[in-house]
Design a protein around this ligand. Structure first.
Ligand code: ZN
Length: 131
């Protein structure tokens, strides 16, 4: 079962909580139990699961990544967005979350974040459910 949705990111770095969008897909497709795989088909965006209660957590992660991987750093890649490629690789391009009784089995404080590093752009998210 392969599903897809688009999102519009708003700035160069943008963490968008897609937990609700993924949950809606599962409801629409009447998924009961299985494993939900969420894949980002881009080289300058990634995906991560982290706290969605205190927005300072994602702000701190953003600040850390910007310090660790500065936008300019004598990179070789001529497109000029190597920092975005590096951040995307650090976070990875997919996460998997168990599904039970139609709901994502996430921890109390966990949210799924689409992670933009070279926005703003329109991006795709691909969701596969293994039942
Ligand atoms: Zn590039």
């Amino acid at each position: 079962m392969l599903m897809e949705f688009s999102i519009k990111t708003k700035s160069r770095t943008d963490f968008i909580d897609i937990t609700g969008a993924v949950s809606e897909l599962l409801k629409d497709e009447r998924v009961k139990d299985g494993l939900c795989h969420i894949f980002v088909p881009h080289t300058t965006a990634g995906i991560t699961i982290n706290e969605n209660a205190d927005p300072d957590v994602m702000a701190d992660i953003t600040a850390y990544l910007d310090t660790a991987v500065p936008w300019k750093n004598n990179y070789g890649h001529s497109e000029g967005n190597s920092a975005a490629h590096i951040k995307a690789s650090l976070l990875g391009s997919s996460v998997s979350v168990p599904v039970s009784n139609g709901s994502l089995v996430l921890g109390t404080w966990q949210g799924i974040y689409f992670s933009e590093f070279d926005g703003p752009r329109t991006r795709k998210v691909i969701v596969t459910v293994i039942t």
